[in-house]
Design a protein around this ligand. Structure first.
Ligand SMILES: O=C[C@H](O)[C@H](O)[C@H](O)COP(=O)(O)O
Length: 226
């Protein structure tokens, strides 16, 4: 059983006719986009708002009508993957370096669903490296600040061993923190650093989590939607 496919297809059932739908990024979200694409080909009428160039290409190929995030007032529902979800439903995202656009889309959404396999559910965040999107200018200064804190920073590299450049033209520094004691305090500190564009801590943002495991899908209602 492919758990990513299972939760991706389950989440696609939440999409209703007439909705504006935020389409997340990553290997799990790709299954959701594919399932929504099939429903669109069978007559479902929606508009998608994508969170990366990759997802935009996939959605276009499937014939899903798209608008940019700036062309819509509000997104009805966003479905996205996650890298880690803690016991109190906070998340780390950005393993695919899409967290800046993903957070902008999530913030413009009435409801957010995350789809994950059960390996992503953890007690505390931090085993997954925390992605920090930074502007290239001065990025070594930020690197040194993270190093001095003991966060073991590493620039995200491509297969060609070049610094990865995000869809927005920034770099990514991954922090290897092992365990994040206070995600809200860390997020506030990161938000205050000049040159940090966005970090991968997604706090108090998800409404529903669909978890896939060998025994099936579990739906967790994390917090009420707006
Ligand atoms: O930047 C990428 C996104 O935040 C993804 O949603 C996240 O990394 C999970 O990806 P995957 O489903 O491939 O594990």
């Amino acid at each position: 059983m492919n758990l990513k496919q299972m939760v991706g297809e389950k989440a696609a059932e939440y999409v209703k006719d007439g909705m504006i739908v935020g389409l997340g990024t990553g290997s799990t979200a790709a299954y959701m986009v594919e399932a929504i694409g099939k429903r669109v080909q069978n007559g479902l009428n929606i508009v998608g708002v994508t969170t990366s160039d990759r997802t935009a290409r996939q959605a276009e190929d499937l014939g899903i009508p798209l608008k940019s995030v700036d062309e819509v007032d509000m997104i009805d529902l966003t479905i996205d993957g996650a890298d880690e979800i803690s016991a109190d439903f906070q998340g780390i995202k950005g393993g695919g370096a899409a967290h800046l656009f993903e957070k902008i889309v999530a913030d413009a959404s009435k409801e957010v669903i995350w789809i994950v396999d059960d390996s992503k559910m953890v007690e505390k965040l931090g085993a997954f490296p925390l992605p920090i999107e930074v502007i290239p200018y001065g990025s070594m200064q930020l690197f040194r600040i993270f190093e001095a804190k003991g966060y073991q920073p590493a620039f995200r590299m491509t297969e060609k061993n070049e610094k990865l450049v995000t869809d927005a033209g920034h770099l990514v520094i991954d922090l290897h923190m092992k365990e994040i004691e206070d995600p809200h305090a860390l997020a506030a500190w990161l938000d205050g650093l000049t040159g940090v564009v966005e970090h991968g801590l997604f706090l108090d943002r998800v409404n529903t989590i669909i978890v896939g495991s060998a025994s099936g899908t579990q739906i967790i209602e994390a917090r009420p939607s707006i």
